[in-house]
Design a protein around this ligand. Sequence first.
Ligand code: RNT
Ligand code: ZN
Length: 419
Amino acid sequence: MTKKDAGFEFAKECFAGYGVDVDDAVRAALAIPVSVHCWQGDDVTGFEKASGGADGGIAVTGNHPGRARTPEELRADFEKVLSFLPGKTRINLHACYAEPVNGKYADRDTISFDNFKNWTDWANAQGIGVDFNPTFFGHAKAADGCPLTNRDKGIRDFWVEHGRRCREISAQIGMKTKSSVLDNFWAPDGSKDTPADRLAPRDRLMDSLDRMFEKKYEASKTVDSVESKLFGMGCESYTAGSHEFYMGYAVTRGKLLCLDAGHFHPTEVISDKISAVLKFIPEISLHVSRGVRWDSDHVITLNDELNAIAQEIVWNGFCSRVRIGLDYFDASINRVAAWSIGARNMRKALLFAMLTPYKKIREAENAGDNTLRLALQEEYRTLPFGAVWDHVCAETGKCSGQEFIDSFKAYEKDVLSKR
Ligand code: RNT
Ligand code: ZN
């Protein structure tokens, strides 16, 4: 027996001592789909003729060499990321990743499935599902940061048409991949300084959304989610699509609510919101991210909040009611590494949540024994989780530890640095 195998056997015994079956936990943790965003690979740039890049309150900082410049480069990088990810993975696309067809670029109000045919074929070849997002930023018609609330009806109509097309594209991708596509709607609409009217933009936002969502689609093909936000750079004083707005919208319109971990007050956490909103909405989606000061999109680390998010999903049996997506972008470090480290952390958190003796901890709580609850909560932190993770990586043909580091460094040397 190798030292690694011996370590795994020992870990199994430790977890069994708390009544946890490691094999069951691993199987369950790997089956949870995690939708990995495409935009970490190219700094939310996309492939349109005149790429506006990230704006509307989101910003990518850093200029590490190696950004993917073409669909082929981005897909190759994503394949490298996939090679590091155990478990069921999906890709989350944005409308601005539309590809030209026969050299012809489509504007946001004319895009169609054809602009995403390559992505769909590629996803099928990779055996992964696809999710989607309309892009309401990085465009001349969103230059004032108010696409859906614009006072100019012509501008609103343009974006309503974009939203409608994205839903149609999502339905077609869903059909072709035989997997329901989550279509997530986030728009930056807000105001840098104190608005005189907080109501009228919300009237217009509601109307734009209602018009986009007129057509009904089968959930087996696509479902819509709406994402709230607190503030962004350049819209510090007001965001039309606040949490209260979208919570109400999702409840009354039968939409999923997307909780982005970076979109709330700094002492608020989405882990606490999951069980609350799921009392009123059958399904939600997540943008797992990490807020730091003004930025809502740092690479996710395996911190307490990430573990808490995974625990809420796993411990409450919400795996089929929460669509997990990732949303972070860092251009200051190796992007493939950033992408993979964050996505591996999501999977680690899910696995760790599955391995936690939560039934025992809850028993202690229900018996009113908060001392035992605290003792167990603190003891499980140092159970030999690492040995299980390494084993999962080895069993699924993914590397871990030094090999993982060597592999993304080699990719940087051989591929990224030559761009
Ligand atoms: C912005 C939102 C949104 C974007 C992506 C690119 O604050 O979080 O989800 O990050 O759509
Ligand atoms: Zn988000």
